[in-house]
Design a protein around this ligand. Structure first.
Ligand SMILES: Cc1cc2nc3c(=O)[nH]c(=O)nc-3n(C[C@H](O)[C@H](O)[C@H](O)COP(=O)(O)OP(=O)(O)OC[C@H]3O[C@@H](n4cnc5c(N)ncnc54)[C@H](O)[C@@H]3O)c2cc1C
Ligand code: SF4
Length: 488
């Protein structure tokens, strides 16, 4: 432990944001980095707990007190080595993770938790700045070929781990560039795409081949992939969107969030001509659904210059503090307010959209809602009930549906004869990531359902261990939390 009294001396401090009126004029990241001295103080707040509960919160098993201590001592190279030993892409999680580790931090019992996520981001950024993140291709190749389908965080993590083990890895991606939801879901103001490109260059230099614009299942059939490769890892995400099948859902102006957000990310990337351009400019926008996707729609609509942005959530408003039934160190379902929420959106809770309203040309002009409440009847599960007399009409020309995902696209699974689970994802357990077909594995959202980047990276790493074991009989790749220090 670095500074025994650190947590008593220093208050929690994280990066500030640029003022709203400035940041909404562009799509760049808008955090304002801390000075090195302040970052060291933040590292010094870590108590190096006998039982570091932060570990229990982190799906990657990041060695958190160890890198906190290294940061306090300004040993950034050591901090980077420790961090990369369990996490292939800390520059992604350091920007985008909801930080379950911080909710589990012991200091969080009666103080503000250690700023683990921000420390992680700064370690990664320092390492890139100093040129410590360089390609480390394997010394020998095994002669085995692995296909990774999907280039989101799970596919990228699986690919890097398998390449490190000496296998020849090809990543297939149906989009024009790799990155998955990191590139075509999450807006640039949360993570600029140069951050992905910087890491991809390292992966390519290590020998991983990326084949973009290739839709596996259509352009290459399952059988062909099976014949050409010794193992396949399916990391295609959970991309089937949930609809809102109510009256008026086919009106022009009722749009899926995952049509709106990818188009905007492409626009920011320089793409100009879109068949159906979706803009929020000058419109009253309603974002239906909370969560990350809803929040990203809000920030994007505001940058487009929407007249107003309202956000509807069917659940009641949570409390800002931990609810009583969700004590430390568990992940609490508390009210989360993102930087986008603070940019001018109004949030409404316990509200349900009953129908969309349009004009004679089929354009959306408004929607009808009512308030709802969850009611428990004796011996029955909670049910959602409309509160009588609360119907309301809202003016709205663009309704963005951010209602989550119902499962993954199963064409390739069907071609390979894979079993699906009850939630329309590929069936494979967390114990070995194997599907019912030998040599075919699944990881990330395509296996566990819509989740988080940190889980996707964790699953990609773990799946790689099991693929390596399948191919070689044993594996030296790390299991969760073990780290692979000698390799980085
Ligand atoms: C708008 C939005 C915002 C989010 N924000 C956050 C956040 O702030 N923090 C966080 O932790 N999580 C966030 N998430 C969740 C997070 O992005 C996902 O959990 C994570 O990206 C899943 O990674 P993955 O690799 O499993 O799949 P994905 O990232 O979905 O990548 C799957 C890739 O596979 C490709 N693919 C699919 N099928 C095929 C095929 N047949 N052939 C070739 N390629 C194929 C897809 O094109 C895609 O590129 C967000 C999700 C969304 C939708
Ligand atoms: S739980 Fe918090 S204080 Fe304890 S070791 Fe982890 S980060 Fe440090």
């Amino acid at each position: 432990m670095g500074k025994i009294t650190g947590f008593l001396e220093f208050d929690r401090k994280i990066e500030a944001y640029a003022p709203v009126e400035e940041r909404i004029k562009h799509y760049k990241e808008f955090t304002q980095p801390l000075e090195e001295k302040e970052l060291k103080n933040q590292g010094a707040r870590c108590m190096d707990c006998g039982i570091p509960f932060c570990h229990s919160g982190c799906p990657l098993g990041n060695l958190i007190p160890d890198f906190n201590d290294a940061v306090y001592k300004a040993k950034w190279d050591k901090a980077s080595e420790i961090l990369h030993s369990t996490n292939n892409f800390p520059e992604f999680t350091g920007r985008l993770c909801p930080a379950p580790c911080e909710e589990a931090c012991v200091l969080g019992i009666n103080e503000d938790p250690v700023t683990i996520e921000n420390i992680e981001k700064n370690i990664a950024e320092t390492a890139f700045e100093k040129g410590w993140i360089v390609a480390r291709p394997p010394e020998t190749r095994t002669g085995k070929k692995v296909a990774v389908v999907g280039s989101g965080p799970s596919g990228l993590a699986a690919a890097q781990q398998l390449n490190r083990a000496g296998h020849t890895v090809t990543v297939f991606e149906r989009d024009e560039k790799p990155g998955g939801l990191l590139r075509y879901g999450i807006p640039d103001f949360k993570m600029e795409k140069s951050i992905i490109d910087r890491r991809l260059r390292v992966l390519e230099d290590e020998g991983i081949e990326f084949k973009c614009g290739v839709h596996v299942g259509k352009d290459i059939k399952g059988e062909e992939l099976k014949n050409d490769f010794d193992a396949i890892v399916l990391c295609g995400g959970a991309t089937v969107r949930r609809n809102l099948p109510i009256e008026g859902a086919d009106l022009k102006g009722v749009v899926q969030a995952m049509d709106f957000l990818p188009q905007n990310n492409r626009r920011v990337d320089g793409v100009k001509d879109f068949e159906n351009e979706i803009m929020a400019t000058g419109k009253d926008v309603v974002v239906i659904g909370g969560g990350d996707t809803g929040s990203d729609c809000i920030g994007t609509s505001i940058r487009h210059g929407a007249t107003s942005v309202s956000n509807f959530e069917i659940m009641p408003m949570a409390t800002a503090d931990r609810p009583k039934g969700q004590p430390w160190p568990f992940w609490p379902m508390r009210l989360r307010t993102s930087s986008s929420h603070k940019e001018g959106a109004e949030r409404f809770f316990s509200i349900s959209t009953k129908r969309f309203v349009g004009d004679e040309d089929g354009n959306l002009t408004g929607l009808i809602t009512s308030e709802v409440e969850w009611v428990r009847e004796p011996g029955k599960a909670m049910v959602l009930k409309e509160v009588e007399g609360t119907e309301k009409e809202w003016k709205c020309e663009l309704a963005l549906l951010a209602l989550g995902f119902t499962g993954s696209e199963m064409t390739i699974a069907e071609q390979l004869g894979l079993e699906a689970d009850a939630r329309s994802n590929i069936k494979a357990t967390e114990s070995d990531y194997k599907t019912n077909v030998p040599g075919v594995f699944a990881a990330g959202d395509q296996r566990r359902g819509q989740s988080l980047i940190v889980w996707a990276i964790s699953e990609g790493r773990q799946a790689a261990y099991h693929v390596d074991t399948y191919l070689m009989g044993e594996s030296e790749l790390p299991l969760k939390g073990e780290g692979d220090l000698p390799r980085v």
